[in-house]
Design a protein around this ligand. Structure first.
Ligand SMILES: Cc1cc2nc3c(=O)[nH]c(=O)nc-3n(C[C@H](O)[C@H](O)[C@H](O)COP(=O)(O)OP(=O)(O)OC[C@H]3O[C@@H](n4cnc5c(N)ncnc54)[C@H](O)[C@@H]3O)c2cc1C
Ligand code: FES
Ligand code: FES
Length: 471
């Protein structure tokens, strides 16, 4: 039996844990405010809030319900647009109306939920953050100017509650964003958990027929029907896999950590401050709230953004075998061929370890058709250590979209000891360009991708303040 709360109603169901939440909401609960459109996480029409109990209380995140299995929301509070307002519109809805930010209305519930998620999580109510929160919501008719105006008004109206000492949820109730029943939800979720008779074993990979699902943002796009009846291990439920720890020389990332948690982690940003904006280029807010680093690696896409970033950072994987023993594999040795990995069925990635060398510079570049919500035509990351007298001490460059695997470029040791003058940078860019053999596909011709990669390598140096003379 799965139990959770949708809006103000407790749910207990024995429907398969692989059924997607969108179907449960619309077909079983007849809550049709949550819209169905792409069913692939692309449009945001199905956005809901998922509230999960945590040591500090309850934490809400906006997620795409079309690729979210109900087994993953066991013990959670799900909020749809019907759960936000009573007899009158809530503050977010009112501002949408006042700013003429809805025309056909199909995208509007998703936009309301994403903005409400922003209200629950934003520290400062910065307008830019509100716009980032909407990066997974596509509107096809209103136009984004009026939606942005509604977001701006929301930030202005709520900025005063930043310092509210009573907590965010009471402050948002006061501000007319949330209804009053939100106050009782934590106690109701605790009661729901304690009256649940069966132990939760669904998060363990008990046999090789079990499918490990982390965020599900790949799997539930690829094979939702097959997964509906499958035996699933929900890795996001495993607190032992959900941590980011900084040691003396490495960062340790549990495999249940989401890309959004990584992007906002103080430990990560202390060493890699650009990650906050770099990872805005990965999918969208409603996906990053579920998608994990480990899922991106096991997906083994040649353009996987996290794989490209982690390759340049020299990461290694801690992999647990069926017998419970663990082994360490450098990520650069993990990808063997197109979607082939040094990994066998039934194994589990437990941890990703990122070394923390001092005095290094890091940069990530990505070119895709759309700025957000799109995979790369070509992406690349550079991690470079430059000595006090301006010589290259260490250099790692990764490149995606130019090989069957996420690629770590080899043979760059010949540049060690050279000064980072424009000629050296250009020679590095040429070496990288000439070392790859991309194929023609819908994202561009092989020749285009090679030239693009060269420009992106030069862009890394530009970002580090090493100016180029373009040739
Ligand atoms: C609309 C959309 C946009 C996207 N945009 C991008 C983008 O911009 N950049 C990008 O790189 N990707 C993108 N993706 C792909 C996807 O979001 C990422 O690959 C994501 O990181 C996958 O993580 P997940 O946790 O959701 O994986 P899941 O779907 O849960 O799993 C993926 C695979 O990994 C396995 N797995 C997961 N965790 C483990 C583990 N710990 N041990 C062993 N096996 C495991 C699963 O069994 C499965 O085979 C996009 C996807 C969608 C739907
Ligand atoms: S229906 Fe488009 S993101 Fe879910
Ligand atoms: S109002 Fe029609 S799609 Fe946004």
């Amino acid at each position: 039996m799965l139990s959770f709360i949708i809006n103000n109603k407790e749910i207990c169901t024995d429907l398969p844990s692989g059924m997607v939440l969108l179907d449960f909401i619309r077909e079983e609960q007849h809550l049709t405010g949550t819209k169905e459109a792409c069913r692939e996480g692309e449009c945001g029409a199905c956005t809901v809030l998922v509230g999960t109990m945590c040591p500090d209380g309850i934490s809400y995140k906006a997620c795409a319900s079309c690729i979210l299995p109900i087994g993953d929301v066991k013990g959670c509070h799900i909020v749809t647009v019907e759960g936000l307002s009573g007899d009158t519109l809530n503050t977010v809805q009112r501002l949408i109306v006042e700013n003429n930010a809805s025309q056909c209305g199909f995208c509007t519930p998703g936009i309301v939920l994403s903005l409400t998620g922003f209200c629950l999580t934003s520290e400062t109510f910065a307008y830019e953050d509100a716009i980032d929160a909407l990066d997974g919501n596509i509107c096809r008719c209103t136009g984004y100017v009026s939606i942005r105006s509604a977001a701006r008004c929301l930030c202005e109206e709520l900025r005063h509650i930043c310092d509210n000492k009573n907590g965010r949820i009471p402050a948002l109730i006061e501000a007319g964003v949330l209804p009053r029943y939100f106050l009782d939800i934590p106690a109701r979720l605790k009661a729901l958990a304690s009256c649940s008779v069966s132990a939760d074993t669904s998060s363990k990979c008990s046999n090789s027929n079990t499918v490990p699902v982390a965020g599900g943002t790949d799997l539930f796009v690829q094979k939702p029907e097959e997964l509906r009846a499958a035996h699933i291990a929900f890795l996001s439920r495993r607190s032992d896999l959900n941590y980011i720890r900084a040691g003396d020389a490495s960062l340790f990332i549990g495999s249940a950590v989401t890309i959004e948690e990584f992007r906002n982690s103080p430990e990560v940003l202390r060493y890699f401050p650009s990650m906050k904006s770099d990872l805005l280029r990965h999918s969208s807010h409603i996906l990053r709230n579920k998608a994990t680093l480990a899922g991106n690696i096991i997906n083994a896409s040649p353009v996987g953004d996290m794989s490209i970033i982690l390759l340049a950072l020299g990461a290694r994987l801690v992999i647990e075998g069926k017998d419970g023993k663990t082994r360490n594999t450098p990520l650069e040795e993990f990808f063997l061929g197109y979607k082939k990995m040094a990994y066998s069925c039934g194994e589990l990635v437990r941890e990703i370890v990122i070394p923390l060398p001092s005095n290094t510079l890091f940069n990530f570049e990505k070119v895709s058709n759309r700025e957000t919500l799109d995979i790369a035509a070509v992406n690349t990351a550079m991690h470079i250590n430059i000595s006090a007298d301006d010589k290259i001490v260490d250099l790692r460059i990764s490149a995606g979209g130019v090989a069957p695997i996420p690629l770590l470029v080899r043979g760059l040791e010949k540049f060690y000891g050279l000064k980072t003058v424009p000629d050296t940078c250009l020679a590095i860019a040429d070496t990288v360009m000439n070392s790859v053999t991309p194929i023609d596909d819908i994202r561009g011709s092989a020749e285009y991708k090679k030239l693009l990669l060269k420009q992106l390598i030069l862009a890394h140096f530009d970002t580090f303040g090493i100016r180029q003379v373009t040739k």
